[in-house]
Write a protein that binds this ligand. Structure first.
Ligand code: 5GP
Ligand code: MN
Length: 328
């Protein structure tokens, strides 16, 4: 851990709190849900009254994660939220949590995250930029709090670990990620079972959505930008959900010559005329979080996103200009 003072302060704040409310970012991914459920298990093991909140519109959870035991996540903000210590997991900024109810004036906010552009909105901030995932920070906190890992906690943390490291293949994968994996397997994670649930079991509509995205893929700037877009109609006609876009942008990145891959889509969750954009960088030459920030969003150097009113053609031009500016 890079900042022992922040780490010790966070450990002590968690140990000292009795009632807590745990939240994560909108459209929760594997690390969001993994760190949320993992932290909840750790706090519960310490005898704390800890409640997990996820907004009702996020349900059902994406099929990749809905097998994680989550029956105790609540979808209404508890009435006593203002008196609870609020723990934000994997949230780069407070705006990425859609629950207005958790913005309690005067409440203690504990911000635990690994996004380098985290806005440090907490009363206490533990932002570990070199942690592979927020689940890794939760794992380290579990050790510091002397909590053994149950199988449920281990599975949740493992999902955060494999999804944020691209199954141990991205640059953020260091020895700690593998040490953590070894320990989680010791605690009961069934690796092949998790693989099948997270990476296989595609709903058929996803297959058809992926086909449309691939057929609408374009290259710009001699191939340095590989870009696809999906209209709301693509989702309607294939009966696919927005969460079924997971993984498409990573396929685009794997095309030879690509520096940046982008996927823009309109779906039921985006406002009229708005496009949700996911960006991925193929190496350290380009920082896509800077491009996403220029578009009003954020993220990591290699994976970032934003929402824009620019249509596909203008958006591709904007992205290619941004890439060119970073290369010059
Ligand atoms: P994804 O493309 O998988 O949705 O997101 C990749 C990364 O970018 C994640 O770390 C996510 O937190 C971040 N990200 C995606 N969309 C946004 C956004 O609209 N705003 C911010 N600040 N970060 C985003
Ligand atoms: Mn994460």
């Amino acid at each position: 851990m890079s900042d022992t003072v922040a780490f010790d302060a966070m450990r002590d704040a968690l140990r000292g709190a009795e009632r807590l409310l745990l939240v994560t970012h909108e459209h929760p991914d594997g690390d969001a849900l993994g760190s949320l459920i993992g932290m909840h298990g750790v706090l519960t093991a310490l005898g704390k009254d800890a409640v997990m909140f996820v907004a009702p519109e996020e349900f059902p959870l994406p099929y990749e994660y809905d097998w994680l035991e989550h029956h105790d996540i609540v979808t209404t903000v508890p009435a006593d939220a203002a008196e609870r210590t609020i723990v934000f997991l994997d949230c780069g900024s407070i705006d990425r949590n859609p629950a207005d109810g958790v913005r309690c004036p005067g409440a203690t906010l504990l911000n635990i995250d690994h996004h380098h552009d985290n806005t440090r909105f907490g009363t206490l901030n533990l932002v570990v930029e070199d942690a592979s995932c927020t689940a890794e920070i939760v794992w380290t906190l579990a050790h510091a709090l002397d909590v053994g890992l149950t199988r449920r906690v281990a599975e949740a943390l493992y999902v955060g670990l494999i999804t944020d490291t691209g199954r141990f293949m991205y640059e953020n994968t260091g020895a700690p990620a593998h040490e953590m994996a070894a320990e989680l397997i010791e605690a009961g994670v069934d690796v092949a079972f998790v693989y099948r649930r997270v990476y296989e079991g595609w709903p058929e509509p996803k297959l058809h959505l992926v086909a449309r995205a691939l057929s609408r893929t374009e290259r710009f700037g001699d191939g340095r930008l590989t870009f696809a877009h999906l209209f709301a109609d693509d989702f309607a006609q294939t009966a696919a959900l927005d969460s079924h876009t997971e993984g498409i942008v990573d396929m685009l990145r794997s095309v030879d010559g690509t520096k940046v891959a982008g996927l823009a889509r309109q779906h039921s969750g985006t406002a009229a005329g708005q496009w949700k954009v996911s960006l991925r960088a193929s190496d350290d030459d380009i920082d896509v979080s800077a491009i996403a920030r220029a578009g009003g969003g954020g993220g990591h150097r290699a994976a970032a996103g934003f929402t824009t009113a620019l249509g596909p053609a203008e958006l591709a031009a904007f992205l290619d200009e941004q890439i060119a500016a970073q290369q010059s």
